[in-house]
Structures are given as structure tokens and as C-alpha cells.
Design a binder for this molecule. Structure first.
Ligand SMILES: Cc1cc2nc3c(=O)[nH]c(=O)nc-3n(C[C@H](O)[C@H](O)[C@H](O)COP(=O)(O)O)c2cc1C
Length: 321
């Protein structure tokens, strides 16, 4: 197990995951100030210039907090992302502490981030991609398991974590339905170093999600999450009422169009428009009943983490040697 030394000041073994259209500087700043890694997708700003403005905003807000956790940026490493080169140059210029790569794990991206001492984590849903990313030299792998928000996987966390551990000694993160401090403790019991949570952070005061989106999350349970390729071309989890409203539940065509990151840019593509009204969330929604400020959520999670960790030892002691 390994948590990088750059993360030595974390107050909870948790990364708040990057979310398209949801994560902005407000969420990142409050998360980092509370001692948890905050992240956002570079594509949440329409242009590379706007992306750099966000970097400046986050850096200056965190400059005064000596004990703030590091922040991270999600970079789509795919030929259809026309901003890849420019955004990577900005990442190097600003020495972004953590880069989370999606779709492709490329050796040259890893080398560029390592050149200034940054870390690269890559998200995977299967073993084949995990092996490729490990070969590209990433520092961490994010096991995106069944029930996660966004482009989730289909594998059980027990299966994915244990198989990845057989060939990967770097930092291992677990994603999918992590909503409480107890869930974070459980992720570590399962063999992950860090937990990775998205959906829980949609329902915070600082997220950019619509009020109606947050309300729908509070009204839904795991049974209301539909795993479908119809919105992106790649299977992802969506809130059933938002799919129904868009008429996509009755449409049995296999998918509307192929994945094209270029079309997500500028908030103008069909993909971006779709994600504005068809709302993604993971199966963990059933545990989410409020919209607290991030600092309050993390304080609560720390208490739950402590109680769960102490409780595990106490309750398991009669089976332990
Ligand atoms: C609304 C939404 C948008 C997302 N957008 C992205 C994204 O732009 N890039 C990315 O790498 N992952 C994205 N994800 C996936 C998350 O980073 C993370 O893997 C996932 O939310 C973890 O599962 P959980 O939601 O059950 O906690 C998104 C997830 C959600 C719910």
C-alpha cells in the first residue's frame, strides 16, 4: 500500500473526483482547504485560457492555507481532444500537483508531469487498461467499479482491486458509490490506499449542479440509476427520471452517437448539451439526503471514518488472533 509523500497532509484518505459541468474552482478550493484532494476536468472551462484562469484562482486561494491538500486536474488523453497539447503545457507551467488522465495513458504525458515532480493517476474499469497504464508509468490507478457515477465499470470492487494489486505496487484508489466516512474506511479495508468519490460531492453547496439535479439525487435510490451508452456512446450511469424526460428510456437504439471529446468542448457540442439535462450519478445516491457545505461534509466524513475504523477493530477482535 502506498500513499504518495505529496499527500502527507491529507486529513482523510480521499480524492473528490472530477465531474464534467459540476466541479469548478469553488468546489476544489473548499475541498483542499478541508484536507481532501479537490479536482476538476480541464474541459469544464471552454478554452485553455479559461482553464488557466481557474488554475490562477485556485492557486491564489490556496496560497494562504499552509495545510491545504494538493489539487488535481482531469485531462482527456484522446486524439479527439484538440486542447490536449495546450492544456498539458499549462499543467507543466503551473506545476499542477496531480493529473488524472482518462481514456488514454500516454508515456509522454506521464514524463511531462514527472518533470516537475507531479503525480499521474489514471482511471480504469478493467485489467487490460490497468496493465497498459501501469506500463506507461503512472503513479496511481483508480479502479472505477460497478455503480460509479459517470463512465462506470461493471466489475465488483473485490475483483478489480485484488487483481490490480497482483501486478501494481503504486497508489490504488477505489471509486464507485463511496458516500460516507464508513465507505472510505471500507475502501481501505478492501486494499485501496485512497477512496475516490464523485456523486456525493454533486450535492454540496459549492458544486455547480442545478438545484433540480441535487433534488433528484435526494429523491432517487440505487434502483433509479440506469447504465446506458445512449447519451455518450460509452456506457455511463444516469438518473432515470432525467433520461425519461429526454425520451431516452423508450428509445432502444444502441447509442445516439460515437464518443467524441471534441464535441464536448465549449459547452456547445451535443454531448455537453446532453449532460446539462441528462444527469449522471452513481448508485450511491440512496445515501445522499442533503446539500451541505463541503467543509461540513468532510468534517462529518472524518467522524464517520474514525468511528468505523475503531468499530471494525472492536467488533472483529473476537475473531482476531
Ligand atoms: C456528473 C458526473 C460527471 C463526471 N465527469 C467526469 C469527467 O469529466 N472526467 C472523469 O474522469 N470522470 C468523470 N466522472 C466520474 C468521476 O470522476 C468518478 O469516477 C465517479 O463519480 C466515482 O463514482 P461515484 O460517483 O459513485 O462516487 C463523472 C461523474 C459524474 C457523476
Amino acid at each position: 500500500m502506498s500513499i504518495p509523500e505529496q499527500f502527507s497532509n491529507l486529513r482523510l484518505p480521499l480524492v473528490a473526483a472530477p465531474m464534467f459541468l459540476v466541479s469548478g474552482p469553488e468546489l476544489v478550493i473548499e475541498t483542499c482547504k478541508s484536507g481532501v484532494v479537490g479536482t476538476f476536468p480541464a474541459l469544464n472551462e471552454r478554452t485553455s485560457e479559461g482553464f488557466e484562469n481557474w488554475l490562477n484562482q485556485i492557486e491564489s486561494a490556496l496560497a494562504g492555507s499552509a495545510d491545504a491538500a494538493p489539487f488535481g486536474v482531469n485531462l482527456i488523453v484522446h486524439k479527439t481532444n484538440p486542447r490536449l497539447k495546450d492544456d498539458l503545457e499549462l499543467i507543466v507551467k503551473h506545476k499542477v500537483p496531480l493529473v488524472i488522465t482518462s481514456l488514454g495513458a500516454a508515456r509522454d504525458v506521464v514524463d511531462a508531469v514527472h518533470s516537475y515532480g507531479g503525480l499521474v493517476f489514471h482511471d480504469v474499469t478493467n485489467i487490460r487498461h490497468a496493465r497498459k497504464a501501469a506500463e506507461a508509468g503512472v503513479d496511481g490507478l483508480i479502479a472505477v467499479c460497478a455503480g460509479a457515477g459517470g463512465h462506470a465499470g461493471t466489475l465488483s470492487p473485490f475483483a478489480l482491486i485484488n487483481e490490480i494489486r497482483q501486478f501494481f505496487n503504486g497508489t490504488l484508489l477505489l471509486a464507485g458509490c463511496i458516500s460516507s466516512g464508513r465507505d472510505i474506511a471500507t475502501a481501505r479495508m478492501l486494499g485501496a490506499d485512497l477512496a475516490y468519490a464523485g456523486t456525493r460531492f454533486i450535492n454540496t453547496r459549492e458544486s455547480r449542479a442545478d438545484d433540480a439535479y441535487k433534488a433528484m439525487i435526494q429523491a432517487c435510490g440505487a434502483g433509479d440509476i440506469v447504465y446506458t451508452p445512449k447519451v455518450s456512446g460509452i456506457p455511463a450511469n444516469f438518473l432515470q427520471p432525467s433520461l425519461a424526460r429526454a425520451g431516452l428510456l423508450d428509445d432502444d437504439s444502441p447509442s445516439r452517437h460515437k464518443a467524441d471529446v471534441g464535441a464536448e468542448l465549449a459547452g456547445a457540442g451535443e454531448e455537453a448539451k446532453a449532460w446539462k439535462t441528462i444527469w449522471s450519478a452513481g448508485q450511491g445516491v440512496g445515501s445522499i439526503k442533503d446539500q451541505p457545505p463541503v467543509s461540513e461534509l468532510i468534517t462529518r466524513m472524518r467522524r464517520e471514518f474514525n468511528d468505523a475504523s475503531n468499530g471494525f477493530n472492536r467488533d472483529n477482535s473476537r475473531f482476531m488472533e
